[in-house]
Design a protein around this ligand. Structure first.
Ligand SMILES: Nc1ncnc2c1ncn2[C@@H]1O[C@H](COP(=O)(O)OP(=O)(O)OP(=O)(O)O)[C@@H](O)[C@H]1O
Length: 257
């Protein structure tokens, strides 16, 4: 049963800086369980910044406002604790981690979450079976788990590897930052299908950051938000994507500074 009284994520008047540069200028956003929210907007409007601030990236300073996850302010929590609570960020540019075996990495993040929930670490055989099931789900060949994390992976393979982590951790809020960029048409359809399967668990929610309407044809958002200059300046339903395609962003101006 989904919780429709307390938002899974509630962002109140969020202002954030990086190196004393003001990037977020009063973001307000509420996401309930089971909802899909898309965030669109011009380059440099603050979409990735918002995702990284929610995930707790240490380079950003929250100057004002709150981020509530399941009703609790998480602004003071380290990124690993936010992840253990059920937040997952798929990066716009997934990093290559030289010398770190993908399977060991995946096992480590899975077990860290188990430990945080006072559950035993996974038996290696159980973990391997779970991983195989998730690999199939994201359509990645088993050979990718014996390579170093993202090293030499193509753009699309890196994106699949991010979704693999999301599926494996069974996170309740996934923030997918331009997961569609660099994907060929078949890969886009297949990743969208995987995300839709993950969303069959009605307690999950996702934020899709995207520039392209075509992703939203495969994954139907409940809401689309438009960011401009560090604020959400417009919210609408899935049809807003058509209007944006037709009119661009010029007609939407920041609310105030
Ligand atoms: N270290 C930094 N110092 C100064 N400005 C920064 C720094 N890091 C990011 N910014 C600026 O923050 C603004 C928001 O960047 P962000 O990546 O959040 O935009 P975006 O909406 O995700 O853009 P895109 O659609 O191009 O990915 C940009 O103008 C960017 O140059």
């Amino acid at each position: 049963m989904t919780n429709k009284t307390i938002p899974l994520l509630e962002i109140r008047n969020l202002h954030a800086n990086i190196n004393n540069n003001k990037i977020l200028r009063g973001v307000n956003l509420s996401i309930f369980e089971g909802e899909i929210h898309a965030i669109m907007g011009t380059n440099g409007s603050g979409k990735s910044t918002l995702s990284k601030v929610i995930a707790g990236h240490p380079s950003y300073d929250v100057i004002e406002g709150e981020i509530l996850f399941q009703g609790k302010n998480i602004c003071d929590l380290d990124p690993d604790l936010r992840s253990h609570l059920g937040l997952f960020l798929a990066f716009q540019y997934p990093v290559e981690i030289a010398g770190v075996d993908n399977q060991e990495f995946l096992e480590a993040i899975y077990n860290a979450k188990q430990v945080s929930m006072n559950l035993p670490k996974a038996n290696p055989l159980f973990f391997y079976e779970l991983l195989r099931e998730k690999l199939k789900m994201v359509n990645l060949d088993e050979s990718f788990i014996s390579r170093n994390v993202n090293e030499g992976f193509s753009g699309g393979e890196k994106k699949r590897n991010e979704i693999l982590q999301f599926a494996l951790l069974d996170s309740i809020l996934g923030i997918l930052d331009e997961t569609d960029s660099g994907l060929d048409i078949d890969a886009l359809k297949s990743i969208s299908k995987t995300i839709n399967i993950l969303m069959e668990n009605k307690n999950k929610s996702i934020i899709l950051i995207t520039h392209y309407k075509r992703l939203l044809e495969y994954i139907k958002p409940d809401f689309i938000h438009v960011m401009q200059d560090g604020q959400i300046v417009k919210t609408g339903d899935a049809t807003l994507a058509n209007l944006l395609e037709e009119k661009g962003y010029d007609w939407l101006k920041p609310i105030s500074n």
